[in-house]
Design a protein around this ligand. Structure first.
Ligand code: KET
Length: 411
């Protein structure tokens, strides 16, 4: 008699996530000179994930409050939600003052994207979302998981290192009304290449003309040019009467990855609509995870609501941003001097945020990892915050090696 088959015999093995699996490989690597330039984590110049001073102070204050751990409301803490609106849109923005934004506390940026996608799938008009080519891989999985069909609009131009704005707009022009378009507020992941203000305006015009629904992912507010600067597109969309969604995250800018702190805001035409939308967001939360975790949100709320800690956070965030720019400049000059080139790596200086798209192919990325212990994502994405004063030369030598090898092989 053959053994009865078990329920899960046919469950396929998981191939692993292209970004998260790198973190495990890296941790298992015993080489002391290894460099983590894969996952989007901010490291300081000593290679540590920092505990921000503002977070340290807020943690002490929150711990001293000693309150029972009841469930939070489905939509999260009221003061936190208000603080998120002020940070994302600006406290004096007409859309905030008129109460036409529904904001929800979410488990990180990912939780905001999932709740927003579920909400749109149920109450939006079309089951299609278009994402940039390329984009953060998980966008596709998240939206497909919520029942969307995912299309890709042209974005990065490999030939110039810029953006194919006209092709992007032409694609938008052909999309049916109600189609969701996923846009990156700043610090585009994985390319580091952002739309200019003029590009944004052209995109907003076609979004308005076609009745498209922007879903803006703002995972890196403050990592590009500043808190207000990085929110420019979001605030402009809100001023121009567009109805749209924004997912924001405090994983990176507060260095609070594990606490899962973020927000989802839906900008509506009226306060009445925002109240009904908030109700349906609550329903979406209830059937996903019921209510959000409290700890990280209390810390972020404490910082955002205290003028002194808010100023400290802005200062610490500014230092993180400056360090990443410094590392971009450092890698740029180290590569140019090793390879005797001049303009070849200028993209490092033009791109913004944590990531640079290097143009290295999967075989080169593999060689970087295997031979040199330098970890990049297979797409060639390099996380500049994994660079440090004391590993810049090693990383530059490793990249120079794989580039020279390729040149020798093709000669
Ligand atoms: N959006 C984007 C564009 C993004 O890069 C990340 C994380 C998230 C949302 C998720 O944010 P969170 O608050 O952690 O849920 N990106 C890095 C980590 C990851 O892949 O999860 C990364 O690209 O390395």
């Amino acid at each position: 008699m053959s053994k009865p088959s078990s329920l899960f015999d046919r469950v396929p093995a998981y191939a692993g996530d292209p970004i998260l699996s790198l973190m495990q490989l890296f941790q298992a690597d015993a080489r002391p000179h290894k460099a983590s330039l894969g996952i989007g984590l901010y490291f300081d110049d000593a290679g540590r994930i920092p505990v921000l001073d503002c977070v340290r102070q807020a943690t002490a204050a929150v711990a001293g409050e000693e309150r029972p751990s009841s469930y939070l409301p489905m939509e999260g803490l009221p003061a936190y939600r208000q603080a998120v609106q002020a940070l994302v849109f600006g406290a004096g923005h007409e859309a905030v003052l008129s109460g036409r934004i529904a904001t929800l506390q979410s488990p990180g940026g990912s939780g905001a994207l999932k709740v927003g996608a579920d909400f749109l799938r149920q109450h939006g008009t079309a089951g299609q979302v278009w994402v940039s080519d390329p984009t953060w891989d998980n966008h596709v999985a998240l939206f497909e998981g919520a029942g969307f069909e995912v299309g890709r609009y042209p974005y990065y131009d490999e030939a110039t290192g810029g953006i194919r704005v006209q092709a992007m707009i032409d694609t938008f022009r052909c999309l049916p009304a109600g189609t969701v378009v996923l846009l990156h507020a700043s610090c585009h992941n994985p390319t580091g290449v952002d739309l200019t203000h003029a590009d944004w305006q052209a995109v907003i015009d076609v979004v308005a003309e076609r009745g498209l629904v922007p879903f803006v992912d703002m995972a890196y507010q403050g990592f590009g040019d500043g808190l207000d600067e990085d929110a420019w597109a979001v605030r402009t969309l809100a001023s121009q009467g567009i109805e749209f969604l924004v997912a924001n995250s405090f994983s990176k800018n507060f260095s609070l990855y594990g606490e899962r702190v973020g927000g989802l805001s839906v900008v509506c035409a009226s306060q009445d609509a925002a109240q009904r939308v908030l109700g349906q967001l609550q329903a979406a939360v209830r059937r996903n995870y019921s209510s959000p975790p409290a700890y990280g949100a209390r810390i972020v709320e404490h910082v955002l609501c205290s003028p002194q800690l808010l100023a400290l956070w802005q200062q610490e965030l500014g230092a993180m941003r400056e360090r990443m720019l410094q590392m971009r400049r450092g890698l740029h000059s180290a590569l140019n001097s090793r390879l005797g080139t001049q303009g070849a790596f200028d993209f490092l200086l033009r791109q913004r945020g944590m990531f640079s798209y290097t143009g290295l192919n999967p075989a080169q990325v593999e060689r970087l990892r295997e031979v040199h212990g330098v970890y990049l994502v297979a797409s060639g994405r390099l996380c500049v915050s994994g660079l440090r004063t004391d590993n810049l030369q090693h990383v530059a030598a490793a990249i120079a090696d794989v580039l020279e090898r390729e040149a020798a092989e093709t000669a």
